[in-house]
Structure formats: structure tokens, C-alpha cells
Design a protein around this ligand. Structure first.
Ligand code: SF4
Length: 203
């Protein structure tokens, strides 16, 4: 790539660069929407993201080290976030019997309620996607999977819980659809998962 995606002369004649610039604008929208939601509850954006993550993931993922990888932050920063959420009575810590430095983070009732309400912050992004026809949605999903897969392979994104990096994923062969070996089902493009609770990373 010789030209920047943000060089307007190049961008205006180049579909790929327009797609990159559009993704950048959408990421800006995520930040704005998350910020608005956070302000309403006097929380920081990362505090809201952590609450939403805790609401939707199982015990083994509700730990400081996992959250640090998930949000690409240091353990010290996540520990501070958790401390602040604890002071606001939104989470509790369950220390592990075999290691008193490690703990599982649980939402309190108040934490669950705020996590649930704030988790709708993407509604204005979902609205136009809902209006797409099925084929456009499937194509879009497949393209986004490919981008995320590339970002994972090149080390930009460390955490992945999507089918293509899962040990149970059997890629398509001879024109057949891929299969999930765990759920024993064919994975049509609309069945591919971006955040699967059963995901096991390929070695
Ligand atoms: S276990 Fe989940 S992530 Fe793995 S292939 Fe099956 S559906 Fe996909």
C-alpha cells in the first residue's frame, strides 16, 4: 500500500480506502455512543465495557488477566477499574481457594441492572443493519470475519472466540459448508459465531 487510506485524492478513487475510512467512522460512533451511556451512569467507558462483558461471560473469563487481554490493557489498569466498580457496589470479588491473589468478579444486583441497560448502547448501529436484506447481512458478516481473522493472525487483536480460530471448526471442503465438531452441525454463514461460549483456541 503506497498511499494512505486518509489521503482524500487516493481515497475518493479507491473502494478499499473508502471501506477503511468508513470502518474508522463507525469505530468513532461506538466511542461516542459508549461515552454517552457512561456519562448517564457516572461511569467511565471502560467501566461500562467491563460491566457488559461480565454480564455476558462465564466465570473463567471474569478475571483480571482475561479482561486485560480482552480490552488490550495492563492488569494494573483493569485492577483499578475493578476496584472502582467495587467501591460503587457494582461488583464483588470471589477469591480462589488455591491462590488468594486471583479472584472471579461477580456483578451485584445493581451491577447487573446497569450492565443490562448500558448494553443497548449499540442500538443506533444495529438499526441500519436490521434493514439490510439477508444476503447483504451474510456478505457483510463474512467480510468482517475475514478482517478480524487477519487482525488476529497479525497480532493486532489477541483475543478471539470466533469459529475460524476454534479447535472444533472443520473448514469447508469440496464445496461443502464448514462444520462445528462440538455442536455437530453445519455452519452456514449465518451460524458462524464471533463470540462463542464453547470456543477452544486452536493450538
Ligand atoms: S465450538 Fe463455537 S466457536 Fe467452535 S466451531 Fe463450534 S460454534 Fe464455532
Amino acid at each position: 500500500m503506497n498511499e494512505s487510506d486518509f489521503n482524500l485524492k487516493h481515497q475518493n478513487q479507491n473502494t478499499e480506502s473508502k471501506i477503511v475510512a468508513s470502518l474508522e467512522r463507525i469505530s468513532q460512533a461506538f466511542r461516542v455512543l459508549l461515552w454517552q451511556e457512561s456519562k448517564e451512569y457516572a461511569l467511565s467507558p471502560i467501566q461500562v465495557q467491563v460491566l457488559i462483558f461480565l454480564l455476558n461471560h462465564s466465570n473463567e473469563k471474569r478475571k483480571v488477566s482475561y479482561l486485560a487481554d480482552e480490552f488490550n490493557m495492563t492488569k494494573a489498569t483493569i485492577s483499578e477499574t475493578v476496584k472502582s466498580l467495587e467501591q460503587k457496589n457494582l461488583i464483588t470479588k470471589e477469591y480462589e481457594p488455591h491462590d488468594t491473589r486471583s479472584y472471579i468478579i461477580h456483578l451485584t444486583q445493581k451491577g447487573k441492572e446497569i450492565a443490562d441497560k448500558t448494553s443497548y448502547f449499540t442500538r443506533e448501529i444495529s438499526a441500519p443493519i436490521q434493514n439490510l436484506d439477508e444476503e447483504s447481512k451474510e456478505n457483510m458478516l463474512q467480510s468482517l470475519f475475514d478482517i478480524i481473522h487477519h487482525l488476529n493472525k497479525t497480532g493486532v487483536i489477541t483475543i478471539q472466540r470466533m469459529c475460524t480460530t476454534c479447535v472444533y471448526f472443520r473448514p469447508s471442503a469440496e464445496g461443502k459448508e464448514p462444520v462445528c465438531g462440538l455442536l455437530e452441525k453445519v455452519l452456514y454463514s449465518e451460524d458462524l459465531r464471533i463470540d462463542c461460549p464453547e470456543h477452544q483456541m486452536k493450538a
